[in-house]
Design a protein around this ligand. Structure first.
Ligand code: PAF
Length: 280
């Protein structure tokens, strides 16, 4: 596995591989890699000839009050996971090259990014679209792989790719879960044993909403009441939002249309922010 830190070297390596007709797959990450990322890597290996994993904890998608400084960083373990999973290139851009002091260009999607997480994290998706645009311009991927766990992020990026005519296929990998259903996430590392038990309620709540929908319930209020009731079984959980939205634009729907909607949830589990979703 080749490790590249320089943006110019990454760009010229990609251009040279593309000129030889190789398809490039990119898995953008912020590190603290786990089985969820391994599954994204597998999707890229299946679709492309050359798989690039980028690791960069992107400061512009964190608000000043958020966990940028504490975000788990473990390059050695990440490098080993990439190596074991057959990654061709690990791209580790340097902060001063990504955002030099003179930096002043941002990319903003203004519809899909506004609801759900966009309400409590107003600049988050602007940071995500900006860094992904940079990564797309540097790595020049044919396919970029993201996880369904971050459904709104996927929808925002799909919209950006379409709106800006970026010649990139967006591949979405299913959410990888722990035994009790908790979606794998780098932030799960923050959870104590006690908190970890309560975290399982998030998937339980989503499944209860899905069961209602599978049984023919079309009322959004009824399904959301079920979800919030289950989440309220833990004193530690505080709901940021629980909503049923259309899966493309993440807009609220009047009634459940199976195949078109998802239930999305974000909560604080004490001081840890967790998100998850399930398609209906
Ligand atoms: O999903 C993530 O890890 C990040 O939001 C991403 C896409 C790597 C951008 O920093």
């Amino acid at each position: 596995m080749q490790v590249i830190r320089s943006i110019n070297e990454m760009q010229s390596t990609s251009i040279s591989n593309r000129s030889k007709g190789r398809l490039i797959g990119l898995v953008p990450t912020m590190g603290a890699l786990h089985e969820g990322h391994a599954s994204l890597i597998k999707t890229s290996l299946d679709k492309a000839d050359l798989t690039v994993v980028s690791i960069y904890v992107n400061p512009t998608q964190f608000a000043p009050s958020e966990d940028f400084t504490e975000y788990p960083r473990n390059l050695e373990a990440d490098q080993a996971l990439c190596e074991e999973n057959g990654v061709d290139i690990l791209f580790l851009p340097e902060n001063e090259d990504v955002y030099p002091s003179s930096y002043s260009t941002y990319v903003e999607e203004e519809l899909v990014s506004k609801g759900l997480c966009g309400v409590s994290r107003p600049n988050h998706f602007r940071g995500v679209t900006t860094i992904c645009t940079q990564l797309f311009n540097i790595v020049r991927p044919d396919v970029a792989v993201f996880g369904q766990k971050d459904a709104q992020q996927c929808a925002v990026l799909r919209k950006m790719i379409n709106d800006l005519h970026m010649p990139i296929e967006l591949a979405i990998s299913p959410t990888i879960r722990e035994e009790d259903g908790l979606a794998k996430s780098s932030r799960n590392q923050y959870l104590t044993q006690e908190q970890r038990k309560d975290a399982g309620l998030i998937y339980k709540a989503l499944m209860e909403g899905k069961t209602l929908s599978d049984n023919g319930v079309r009322s959004v209020d009824r399904a959301i009441a079920e979800v919030t009731h289950t989440l309220s079984q833990s004193r530690r959980l505080r709901i940021i939002y629980a909503a049923i939205v259309d899966k493309n634009l993440m807009q609220p729907v009047k009634e459940i249309v199976p195949g078109e909607c998802l239930i999305a949830v974000a909560c604080w589990l004490d001081q840890v922010r967790l998100i998850d979703n399930i398609e209906l």
